[in-house]
Ligand binder design. Structure first.
Ligand SMILES: Cc1ncc(C[n+]2csc(CCOP(=O)(O)OP(=O)(O)O)c2C)c(N)n1
Ligand code: SF4
Ligand SMILES: [Mg+2]
Length: 443
């Protein structure tokens, strides 16, 4: 069996870091941890964050990648989700953890199976010693010349409180550093090891900082060292596969294509806009129109808009139907405009002005008269029996009326779409039947 003696290409040494910089020491301890664990380097992916820490990549004999500053944890999460069998690492500076702090917290919440090693030199090394989220109070940095006023982020406490299953903090002086890292790697879920170290180019000279000051600072901040949390729980990428996805990571519920059982004689793109009131199932009716069109062999797109308040105000949906693939789903001018309810009329005003005699306006008769150049079809919901009061079915009834009027495709395609999709299939089918006498007049 192969024995892995190093995960670092020793022939490339010496490291390019400034003399006394902690980065090389930490990298050596990560290497020692991997040698202890004997992980096949082909199964390891190291994601490096931007900063001097990223220079570690030149020495790795494992897979690695470098992306945008602060985003290393997102790349690592994606890699782990794609292949849970990989051992995924993040090597990041304190700058990267500050810039991408939300990613770190969310990966901890999910217990994503990655090991984050934080090269914590308390400042941005690469760009000239600016303060970071971990810079302690009173520190002099190139951006805090008169002393730093902020409380440093307790990265360990933050991830521990938010679900990380292994958290440790230590310094480059710790003889057990590689063991702490190895335990983090051995943990299946989210691990973070915060390693305090020196940036000898900036933080150390600016703050007359040495081992004694580092240890005193940890004490002053009440930042405990050692293993702070070790509480294994299900790792996300595997739990996800068990709960909702197959081995390939894709959802196990197969896509359900709409069978084209009908045909349409439509020879060009037709833009339909249904403008109505929120809570009146405008969006649902538009989706049924689109699905019915696909059931008749057409292409369809839908875009909807409604206020953030969802149940008040307007609701408008644009549906583009076409015998060809729809490359642009926007509607600058409708060919068919359905306007229901006063809110829908107010929202449709800009569209009304664009209509030409070749277009058709289907108007809730209670809203008439409306000035338009288009052909106008009045819809009288007052004669629809039980549906007079059931306004949430009016949009579906209007769609049925449009199909009856324009013969874009058979009405049966709409009925099929309702049967296949709608949770209120029976009521919607009854609404379609009741829409027969809906068209009051056409001019
Ligand atoms: C989005 C973004 N912001 C800023 C920078 C500039 N930048 C490059 S390295 C760096 C600081 C890195 O500091 P840290 O993460 O602590 O790593 P160190 O250099 O200390 O190892 C910054 C701010 C960048 N590359 N991208
Ligand atoms: S600038 Fe600081 S972090 Fe960068 S190599 Fe030099 S000592 Fe290390
Ligand atoms: Mg740093």
């Amino acid at each position: 069996m192969t024995r892995w003696t190093s995960y670092i290409d020793e022939s490339r040494k010496p490291y390019p870091f400034c003399p006394g910089c902690g980065h090389g020491l930490i990298l050596d301890q990560i290497n020692a941890a991997l040698v202890k664990l004997q992980i096949d380097p082909r199964t390891i992916v190291v994601v490096l964050d931007i900063g001097c820490v990223s220079l570690c990549r030149e020495f790795l004999t494992t897979n690695w990648m470098l992306g945008l500053h602060g985003r290393s944890v997102t790349y690592a999460s994606g890699i782990k989700l794609a292949n849970p069998n990989l051992k995924v690492f993040v090597l990041t500076g304190d700058g990267g953890v500050g810039i991408g702090g939300n990613h770190v917290i969310n990966a901890a919440r999910r217990n994503m199976g990655i090991t984050v090693v934080l090269f914590n030199n308390l400042n941005f090394g690469m760009t000239g010693g600016e303060h970071s989220v971990t810079t302690p109070p009173d520190s002099i940095t190139s951006t805090t010349e008169y002393g730093h006023l902020e409380q440093p982020l307790d990265v360990c406490a933050t991830v521990a409180a938010n679900g990380a299953s292994y958290v440790a903090r230590t310094t480059t002086f710790d003889e057990n550093l590689s063991d702490l890292i190895a335990a983090g790697i051995a943990n299946e879920g989210f691990s973070l090891v915060d390693v305090w170290e020196f940036c000898t180019a900036y933080y150390v000279p600016n703050n007359r900082y040495g081992r004694r000051q580092m240890e005193a600072m940890l004490e002053r901040l009440e930042f405990r060292t050692g293993v702070l949390r070790s509480s294994p729980r299900p790792e996300y990428s595997r739990a996800y596969r068990q709960a909702v996805a197959g081995e390939a990571g894709r959802p196990t519920r197969p896509p359900q294509p709409i069978e084209a059982r009908y045909t349409s004689r439509l020879s060009r793109r037709v833009a339909c806009v249904i403008s109505g009131a929120a809570g009146k199932k405008i969006n649902t009716a538009a989706a049924l129109l689109g699905r019915a069109a696909v059931g008749a062999g057409l292409w369809a797109t839908q875009r909807s808009d409604y206020p953030v308040t969802v149940k008040t105000g307007y609701s408008i949906s644009e549906v583009v139907l076409s015998p060809e693939r729809v490359c642009y789903s926007g509607v600058t001018k409708p060919d068919l405009l359905v306007v229901l309810f006063p809110e829908g009329l107010a929202r449709a005003r800009p569209h009304l002005d664009t209509l030409t005699p070749a277009d058709t306006l289907y108007l809730d008769s209670r809203l008439a008269p409306v000035q338009t150049a288009a052909r106008q079809v009045l819809l009288d919901f007052g004669q629809t029996g039980a549906f007079v009061r059931k306004q949430e079915y009016w949009a579906t009834m209007a769609v049925a009326a449009v199909l009856r009027d324009r013969h874009l495709f058979p009405l049966e395609a709409l009925e099929d779409a309702i049967r296949n999709q709608s949770s209120y299939a029976e009521e919607n089918l009854a609404a379609v039947a009741a829409s027969e006498g809906l068209i009051k007049s056409s001019t």
